[in-house]
Ligand binder design. Structure first.
Ligand SMILES: [Zn+2]
Length: 88
């Protein structure tokens, strides 16, 4: 025993659920704005949210993490995640 694959666990900053890192979307905060790091490869300090739960994209719930920029982040998440159903 002891050779099981190690799965890194991260916590969603909104709902605080702990999930395997690959199930969460990494977000980077930069001076220019937020970057959604779908590949998980961008350098920098990231935070994580659930990409499959619209409740975790709500502005007022993001405020604890993003502060005054929660609206911007919420819009970005909804565009990139929620807008994926159908074109346009
Ligand atoms: Zn969440």
């Amino acid at each position: 025993m002891g050779r099981g694959k190690h799965v890194p666990i991260r916590m969603c900053v909104v709902c605080r659920r702990r999930r395997p890192k690959h199930e969460l979307l990494r977000i980077l905060r930069t001076p220019e704005g937020f970057i959604l790091d779908f590949g998980g490869k961008q350098p920098g300090r990231g935070a994580y949210v659930c990409p499959d739960d619209p409740a975790c994209w709500e502005e007022k719930r993001l405020r604890r993490f993003a502060g005054a920029r929660a609206g911007e982040l919420s819009r970005l998440l909804k565009e990139r995640l929620g807008g994926a159903h159908g074109q346009g």
